[in-house]
Design a protein around this ligand. Structure first.
Ligand code: GLP
Length: 268
């Protein structure tokens, strides 16, 4: 894992946006894996800024989101489709017909929808860069603790902790779905690059377990230890429980020199 520790939330967003800018400039038809949650909102703001000043052009890019609530109407303000439109797609020149979420509406078979989502990703050539956040319990997407490390897009029952963590986004008495469709851990591991962002002290324990704990289904994000190209972008608070922080800072400086000469991505 390439651990990058920066000062604050804004620097996490700016750094992540630079990775996306370089990817799309190198590969205009890149396939992005996108995430929801509070963490990527600042990244999306940076991407919108870059688009507005002409540094980014999304005309040929495709996107696949990690997850979507089960049985929720796409027009509902709680749907992840609404979140993505509001925070990113409505403000850039991406073709919305090429923005996908793992939806499963009432009456549709979640197993078939999961398989179809996997097939669509494959058909588009696979995900070049997957953006991730992390749950306080170590989940990625909605792969809750004990999710199979070989899992693929499917329906998941959310844990009490995730429901509690996400309840802040719902009004009192508003329906909060307890089921979601999510890419599986194996789906995420198939991405050519993974960029995970975490900010705030409440993520510090999950980050420590992900980076230095055993690879285990109890911390789904720990499966990323098995991935060839993972970038972990942290603010100081999220990195606070990591041992060897000095090493990561030093390694980042060395990596920076190499990237300046040869670029951030060796695969594109
Ligand atoms: C949600 C999402 C995840 C996200 C995580 C953390 O439940 N399914 O994709 O990474 O929780 O969210 P936040 O960034 O709001 O802390």
């Amino acid at each position: 894992m390439q651990i990058i520790i920066v000062d604050n939330v804004q620097h996490v967003a700016e750094n992540a946006a630079d990775w996306i800018e370089e990817l799309i400039n190198k590969k205009p038809n890149a396939v992005l894996g996108l995430a929801t949650g509070s963490t990527p909102i600042y990244l999306y703001q940076e991407l919108v800024k870059k688009y507005k000043i002409g540094k980014l052009n999304f005309a040929n890019t495709t996107s696949f989101n990690l997850d979507e609530y089960f049985g929720i109407d796409a027009h509902s303000i709680q749907s992840y489709r609404h979140f993505m439109n509001k925070n990113l797609f409505d403000h850039i020149n991406i073709d919305k017909a090429k923005t996908f979420l793992p939806t499963c509406e009432q009456g549709e078979n979640p197993r078939k929808q999961g398989l179809a989502y996997e097939a669509k990703i494959k058909h588009c050539g696979g995900i070049d860069l997957q953006i991730l956040g992390i749950g306080a319990n170590g989940h990625i997407g909605f792969n809750e603790p004990t999710s199979s490390l070989a899992s693929r897009t499917r329906i998941k029952t959310l844990t009490k902790q995730t429901l509690k963590d996400n309840s802040r986004l719902f009004k009192e008495n508003e329906f909060q779905p307890t089921l979601a469709m999510t890419m599986g851990i194996a789906t995420i591991l198939d991405a050519k690059y993974v960029l995970l962002m975490a900010t705030g002290e409440h993520k510090a324990k999950a980050i420590k377990t992900m980076v230095t704990g055993a690879v285990s289904a109890i911390c789904p994000a720990s499966a990323l230890q098995m991935h060839e190209n993972v970038i972990v972008l942290l603010d100081k608070a999220a990195a606070s429980e990591l041992d060897n922080q000095e090493y990561y800072l030093w390694a980042d400086k060395e990596n920076h020199k190499i990237s300046q000469q040869f670029g951030l991505f060796h695969k594109f």
